[in-house]
Write a protein that binds this ligand. Sequence first.
Ligand code: 4AD
Length: 503
Amino acid sequence: RRLYSTAAHPARFKLPPTIKQVLSANGSESSTTSVTGWIKSIRKQKNITFAVVSDGTTPEGLQAVVSKERGTSPEMLKRLTNGTAVRLTGNLIQSPGRGQEWELVIQEGDKNAIEILGDCDIDTYPIQKKSLSIEYLRDNAYLRARTGQIAAMLRLRDSISKNLSRHFESQGFTYTHTPIITASDCEGAGEAFRISPIQPTTPSLSKTDASSDANTPIEFFSRPAYLTVSHQLHLESFTTALSRVYTLSPCFRAERSMTGRHLAEFWMLEAEWNLATRCDSIEEICAFVEGLIRTSVDHDSQDVKALWAEKGMEVEEFKMFRAAFDNAQPWRRLTYTDAVEALSTAYVNGHPFEFKPVWGESLSSEHERWLAEVYVGGPVFVTDYPIKLKPFYMRVNEDGKTVACFDLIVPHVGELVGGSVREERWDVLSKRMAEHGLLPHPDQNEDATTDSTYQWYLDLRKYGGAPHAGFGLGFERLVSWVGGIDNVRECIGMPRWTGRMIM
Ligand code: 4AD
């Protein structure tokens, strides 16, 4: 059966409407409508059957009503079970029942009104309509997108990423694609996954390596290669040509962390741009990041509501999340030094932190959560961390002890974004890179030529590198905050973390 005409110009080819498109066209009553999807639930009564069909484009799906006199055979009805893929044709009418605005009344006399596109083995179907535990769904990750929660989360990812793109576009950024395979460990935290081919199929490459012998592993790229932990350094290269750049890409970290905030494969939104304001000002980045998040999150969307409904909208966590967007006051900025002072006062006054807050040491996650949830009661930019806690590329402040950076900490999630002004001064950067062991000769001068993995990064400063800044936002953590989802493993379709990769 011809579904759509191909007579029109190929550029105008259109797929038939999804359920979301059917419903948002404000369905003119009684027009013939076809929808395709999977049966989410079905109620068979003596003379009438109600089936909710979902194609994943809306939280609710669409209720279809089939009455016996419409000529549906008992065999056909039997095949209609949860999980069955169907195409239904009927008349869209305003539903007389409660719980839905529209329903599809299966068309009379059309023997194709119900088409089964794929039967479902109901006896073994893993997504039965009963409450399924998180762990069970992780084990059945190949089907878990059929549940309301995971489908809503995937739609939320989609809507946030589209909104982010719009915001970047409005601010003159170019969306760029940076490599996944890289020679460097940007964060220097030793968490990169090293990669190599399954089989050494390129023995000729090993000959270029003087040290290789039969026992030396062959490097496919003639040097060690890693999965990227961050796209920042490559974005910084693009920013010297395209001025304002961003990417939303996978990052990989071999963190043996079992928290609800860490994945081995996660998506990071990263941006770099040439600063408009003073080069040691981090306020420009904080303001940009805040504007970006505020405009990209539709905290009233159906999916956000559906996700929070799981917890109940009355929880304190939801109120704090809403207030962050409803309140027009800028989110708080707090220096690291002031943050440590506030934490120390609370500690001295008897707050039972497991770790004593000490200037010069990392804030633990309990410290971060206290700052956001108790001290500030909302998102907080903690700025100007001690130099020794942060990577080599952050710009050193006038005091020589801190760097021009920030972490955005949000209630119930913790660190959501990390960013900084980048060190643009060749001499300061070269010294810091040498201290971090990233350059072969610590005493080299500007003209020295070396074969370092990071030499190009330093050289960017020699060739018209302007003061610039950037940040990285953990996309799953944003989804976790916006959807009130406890664990980032439920904020990505097919999660990977230490010890677990099901599919
Ligand atoms: O603070 P991080 O490590 O910063 C960077 O990688 C910078 N190079 C980014 C940049 O400036 N372009 O990571 C940035 C964010 C964190 O704030 C966190 O939200 C997220 O990435 N993140 C993770 N998310 C999930 N699982 C992990 N293992 C994560 N590690 C970091």
